[in-house]
Design a protein around this ligand. Sequence first.
Ligand code: HEM
Length: 184
Amino acid sequence: MIKSIRGILIYTAIILIASIVYFVYAYTVYPPVPERETFLSEVGEGFGEVGLWALLFIYARTLLKLVIGKGALVKRILPDYSPPATASIFQQLLGLLDRTHIYVGIATVAIILLHIALMGVPMKILFFPVVLALVVWQGLFGMFLTWRYSPKELKRFSYLVHAQFLTGIMIGIFAYFGHLLIDD
Ligand code: HEM
């Protein structure tokens, strides 16, 4: 556990440093991107905010799973496991989050795609196409995980690349630095 947390921290530090280096490069090379004030971009901003909250909501579930630990593991091993009547409020909450993740996930992907489309994001700043690809990636492998005709190997691979923090850390850091290049 400690080891994997250390791994995640090192990974985050590497992504952060790489992003700062690219940020400095993009800041010096590309002219500042003016913020557009059209009706569509105002609507797009709203989608961006909702998308951010949706992502935080999704990863809060994952954190909650890590905190509760054992209960979630039982659930994964035994698909038809139902929690005992004395399930804690956290376990009940987790059950609700588990049941709704697919819908929240699809909505999140759609909202972020709409945000990008409405804002007219400058794709030559690499942060943006990469975030776009990662969000589509997360949605695509989420679908493969859920789709009942996915071959076993594809399911296993999808779980590996979908159900983790690594993509989320990249999405968060890249989107943050990308927005820094736009806002001022
Ligand atoms: C941006 C969108 C999405 C993000 C950030 C995301 C993130 C995650 C994460 C971090 C996990 C693993 C940890 C956990 O169980 O909480 C997970 C699990 C899962 N996701 Fe997603 N997801 C997204 C969209 C989707 C979509 C669109 C689908 C299906 C259509 C989906 C289906 C699943 C399934 C089936 C699991 C396994 C649940 C389990 O075994 O506990 N996800 N997702």
